[in-house]
Design a protein around this ligand. Structure first.
Ligand code: ADP
Ligand code: MG
Length: 248
């Protein structure tokens, strides 16, 4: 469903270039919850943003729904991006709009009829279990509730893929658990393929089927989640698995 082939990304800076992705090749299957784990600065956000071409690769090809999207123009990308939802660490809700209007937002952009919007948003409010908050503003919500609203908004345009960039990194462990179980439900009940990037091993362990480990822009290991925990083959993976802080 998602295939990256020798993707490279350079960021040009005054002091030279940053090689953020190095020959990254990945194959993510339909229906999977695929995790990408690595330390801060390893290239996770850059990588996930190439999947909907928010970040254009410097070289390499990206196939989504069997189509090579690397060549598409911004205009050609519009309908395609609707099939790919995205959520973020800091939720990115519109603070001047209510919960209902935040979720309705992508549907308003495509001039969806009012009655269709109402039905869809109410169903999504039901799914995220926040119907009673629909007229509140984001400021009145907890972090977990905000992320639920962001998930509902991402689902409003019926995506086939959901990209999650550190979606639980700003949440406490209990709230993280409830967001992960919502994502699992979305994967199982709606059949949506989910890509999760995180630096948290427990996130990977809780819901991912397959995991790629990224270090300094390179994919150093791709495995089923059980194998990753039982037989990490790179020192970086072993280190990520053993997250006790040591201070010299
Ligand atoms: P992660 O999400 O794993 O923390 P990122 O993908 O954000 O890592 O960053 C990978 C590398 O690319 C870092 O060295 C970062 O400084 C650099 N980088 C990311 N985005 C940009 C940008 N827009 N301009 C310049 N450098 C960037
Ligand atoms: Mg990041």
């Amino acid at each position: 469903m998602i295939r990256l082939q020798k993707v490279n990304k350079f960021f040009l800076k005054k002091k030279g270039a940053v090689h953020a992705l190095k020959d990254v090749s990945l194959n993510i299957h339909k229906g999977q919850i695929f995790g990408i784990i690595g330390y801060s600065g390893s290239g996770k956000s850059t990588l996930i943003r190439t999947i909907n071409l928010l970040e254009r690769p410097t070289s390499g090809d990206i196939f989504v729904f069997e189509k090579n999207i690397s060549m598409l123009s911004e205009r050609e990308l519009v309908p395609f991006r609707r099939k790919i939802g995205m959520i973020f660490q800091h939720f990115n809700l519109l603070s001047s709009k209510t919960v209902f209007e935040n979720i309705a937002f992508p549907l308003r952009l495509t001039n969806t009829p009012k009655e269709v919007i109402a039905e869809k948003v109410n169903n999504l409010l039901d799914l995220i279990d926040l119907s009673e908050k629909k007229d509140e503003y984001p400021a009145a919500l907890s972090g977990g509730q905000k992320q639920r609203v962001a998930i509902a908004r991402a689902l409003a345009s019926d995506p086939e893929i959901l990209l999650c960039d550190e979606a639980t990194s700003a949440l406490d462990p209990q709230t993280t658990k409830s967001i992960l179980s919502l994502l699992k439900r979305i994967n199982q009940q709606l059949g949506i393929t989910i890509v999760i990037i995180t630096h948290q091993m427990e996130v990977v362990r809780a819901i991912c089927h397959e995991v790629a480990v990224i270090s300094k822009g390179e994919i150093i290991e791709v495995k089923g989640v059980d194998d990753l925990f039982n037989q990490p083959s790179s020192p970086i993976t072993a280190e990520l698995l053993n997250p006790f802080l040591t201070v010299d």
